[in-house]
Design a protein around this ligand. Structure first.
Ligand SMILES: C[C@@H]1O[C@@H](O)[C@@H](O)[C@H](O)[C@@H]1O
Length: 773
């Protein structure tokens, strides 16, 4: 096994030449959506910190009660008082508003570590050689290898979605050398651990809310002996050994109790089933499942992976044009896709602020679901980077917010529809808290509903369109009832509004207006596509036409964050909320007056910020068709917001930046938000030649592209519906051929500048080859 250290580096492997000494920055993540683990790779003792996504404190059953963030008693006139004060003074102080509309954050809870699996190795010393620890994101397996006392040891771990278990195998290159004791540790003391028949059973109940949790780990050995005593299982003198771990809770995503069946039976049956299979069989099913998603997209930007540990590769990264730097960028790109596959699969809750990985009982921001940028950023890549299936937990989560969100709409606003504010948990927290600068954000409903609709436009899936429409309609019902006439200009505005975590309360801040504008626009489009609700659609259209769209150019030619240009904030604030219309919205396009104002704003905002803020800026600059600046933001993220294990850091570790970074790179290579497919919209000079295959454009169009430093571009598009298709590429302003490679026929169409519109046939493949000059 030690020989592994010499294997040719492939571009999809993170590796290190020493065990992990730190969970956040050095341990390696594996997962299947619901289960996650961090591999440390210790020699004399292995640590596998693991998670089950639904293990949360807080919510129903918590001592002191749980009210979903809703006011505990009606507050007649409170909302109007705030709105009138804002109309009178143009703004209101957040602390004052929090006093009027806020609410102590009661039993919101926090995502919990499940605990740690410890494997104490027998007969191994602290001096070892040829150490290698790796994570191969191509097949989603983690490995450890080293030589100790002349014996070569190897381990492999993965978390299987098909079999719903974590699997580990320990081997050696000499017979009878595998000996270890497996045990469980936890920062909590709310569990029992019993070993019998090679199976360790951990069962507990969270003291905070009575949530029942159970994990079972079955150990099997080839040769040697397996003994169980107390709370440990010991393997002695085996040739190799495997374990399978299953875990669950009695959580259910059903309002209002969020409890389902005891997990014991479920956990036992998945562990029994997996333990009856060989490691090879389990591994094959896992790798096939992972590759079916992961292998869809290939990126070549001229990278050559050096034989260098990943932490050194990252430390040496300059953002220049070396093949090493390209190798890190390409690895980082695919890492985002890997992390989404590993933290968001059908049947699990969506990826939270840390995906599925958390070693704490009180993680930062509870490792929750912030809805004012963070959970949305987690799913930007799902459509375009060809991972539609990973978005199902997100869609289901938003749908589950409707029931509690309707109660909040009624109790807080006295209206219909549904909403959620600034952040939520797995227990339908749709109300508020009282952290003055981060509690009020009812427009999160529109952002989430529009994002689900956008996912539906990527997949063209009619069932998803229907689900999206139901969310859009409910959120629109809320805003039809809650928009108010702004006495300043008679336009309809949201009020009170709070531009995420920045400045004073006002009426009609740009992001709120842009989100509601987008929501109404999407509601009309979806209802038209479904041929549903004409009357409702016309009501929405009337309000749309009467509302303030939230686009204003102020001093310095910048886009205004607030309706009044007199209000100023922190010039470099991490949130750039008023550019929602540029990304993820599509109200603003490059090369327009608002596009130029957005550019002025971004230039002013600077290239700093938290990990997620930098990631967002990659997307912004890509939408402004400035590939070099988008690449600059990617390099800033890699240089100063990326840890040794390539996790994004806010700081601390926060996964949204990983997902936002991958989405940003995809936006540099392909865009389709304006009803046309834009090929290489923001390709940076740093990537003179390359290719990307398997991306998706809206309308469920598959796209492959390659480009050369000489200006050559060669792309194929494969639509799944028939009709006119507009494609934008520099070749159409240069020299090109366009062929239907299914029929072998040349394709004619209308060319305007760098846009070509032609009649496409579903299932046919169209190829354009040309030069941009
Ligand atoms: C999880 C938190 O979410 C929002 O509050 C952001 O403003 C913070 O930067 C952080 O990302």
């Amino acid at each position: 096994p030690a020989a592994d250290a010499q294997q040719a580096p492939d571009g999809n492997t993170l590796w290190y030449d020493e065990p992990a000494t730190d969970w956040e920055s050095r341990a390696l993540p594996v997962g299947n959506g619901a289960l996650g683990a961090m591999v440390f790779g210790g020699v004399t003792s292995e640590q596998l910190q693991f998670n089950e996504k639904s293990l949360w404190t807080g919510g129903p059953g918590s001592a002191g009660g749980y009210n979903f963030g809703n006011w505990t008693s009606p507050r007649p006139g409170a909302l109007d008082e705030v709105i009138n004060t804002i109309n009178q003074n143009g703004q209101a102080d957040p602390n004052w508003v929090a006093g009027k509309l806020g609410q102590p954050k009661t039993n919101f809870g926090a995502y919990q570590t499940f605990g740690d699996l410890r494997l104490d190795m027998a007969g191994q010393s602290t001096s070892y050689s040829g150490y290698r620890r790796e994570l191969n994101i191509g097949d989603a397996t983690a490995k450890v290898a080293y030589t100790n006392n002349g014996v070569g040891y190897d381990r492999e771990y993965f978390v299987s979605h098909p079999d719903q278990v974590m699997v580990g195998r320990l081997g050696a290159n000499q017979p009878g050398k595998v000996s270890f004791t497996l045990r469980y540790t936890s920062p909590r003391s709310d569990f029992t651990a019993t070993a019998s028949g090679g199976r360790l059973t951990i069962r507990g109940k969270l003291a905070n809310n009575g949530m029942v949790f159970e994990a079972q780990i079955q150990v099997r050995a080839d040769g040697g002996t397996v003994t169980s005593s107390g709370s440990a299982v010991t393997v002695s003198g085996a040739n190799s050994a495997t374990f399978v771990l299953g875990a669950g809770t009695d959580y259910a995503d059903t309002y209002p109790n969020y409890r389902g069946t005891d997990p014991a039976g479920r956990v036992k049956s998945v562990v029994d089933a997996a333990a009856a299979k060989s490691f090879t069989t389990l591994r094959a099913a896992h790798v096939a499942d992972h590759k079916a998603l992961f292998d869809r997209v290939k990126l070549n930007i001229g990278q050559v992976m050096p034989n260098k540990p990943t932490d050194d590769l990252r430390a040496a990264y300059t953002g220049g044009s070396s093949p090493d730097d390209r190798a890190l960028e390409a690895l980082y790109y695919q890492y985002g896709r890997y992390l989404l596959i590993a933290s968001s699969r059908t049947g699990s809750l969506p990826a939270n602020l840390q995906g599925v990985w958390n070693n704490s009982t009180s993680p930062p921001w509870s490792a929750d679901y912030h809805t004012n940028i963070n959970v949305q950023m987690n799913y930007w890549l799902a459509g375009q980077a060809n991972l539609a299936e990973t978005a199902e937990p997100f869609v289901r989560f938003v749908e589950a917010l409707k029931a509690p969100g309707q109660v909040t709409a009624n109790s807080m606003f006295g209206t219909g529809g549904w909403l959620v504010h600034n952040e939520t948990n797995p227990f339908g927290y749709t109300g508020v808290h009282n952290w003055a600068t981060a509690f009020w954000f009812p427009e999160a409903n529109g952002w989430l509903a529009s994002q689900v609709y956008d996912l539906a436009t990527f997949s063209n899936d009619p069932a998803l369109l229907n689900r999206a429409y139901s969310l859009l309609k409910g959120a629109s019902e809320f805003w039809l009832a809650n928009l108010r006439t702004d006495p300043r200009d008679g336009k309809l505005v949201a009020t009170p509004t709070y531009s995420p975590e920045h400045g004073p309360f006002t009426a009609g801040d740009s992001m709120a207006q842009q989100i509601v504008w987008g929501l109404f626009t999407d509601t009309i489009a979806a209802s038209t596509a479904l041929g549903a609700d004409t009357t409702f659609r016309n009501q929405v259209r009337d309000k749309l036409n009467a509302m303030d769209p939230g686009l204003r150019i102020g001093s310095g030619g910048r886009l205004q964050e607030w309706k009044s240009d007199a209000i100023t904030g922190e010039p470099q604030h991490r949130h750039v909320s008023h550019l929602y219309a540029l990304h993820p919205g599509h109200q603003i396009s490059a090369g327009t007056a608002f596009g130029d104002a957005a550019k002025a704003t971004l230039t002013d905002r600077g290239d700093g910020g938290t990990g997620w803020s930098k990631a967002w800026k990659i997307n912004f600059w890509a939408r402004l068709l400035d590939g070099d600046h988008a690449h600059k933001m990617l390099s800033e993220q890699l240089k100063s917001s990326t840890l040794a294990n390539l996790f994004d850091t806010h700081p601390p570790f926060q996964i949204d930046g990983n997902f936002g970074g991958t989405a940003g790179v995809t936006e540099m290579l392909l865009q389709s938000q304006n009803g046309e497919i834009h090929i290489l919209p923001a390709k940076p000079g740093a990537w003179p030649s390359g290719s990307v295959t398997g991306l998706k454009a809206r309308g469920n169009v598959a796209v492959d592209v390659s480009w050369t430093s000489a200006g050559g571009v060669d792309f194929t598009i494969k639509p799944t519906t028939s009709g006119n298709l507009t494609v934008r590429s520099g070749v159409f302003a240069g020299r090109y051929t366009l062929t239907n490679t299914t029929t072998g026929q040349p394709v004619g169409g209308t060319v305007t500048g760098d846009r070509m519109t032609f009649a496409a046939t579903a299932g046919h493949t169209y190829r354009a080859v040309g030069t941009t000059w």
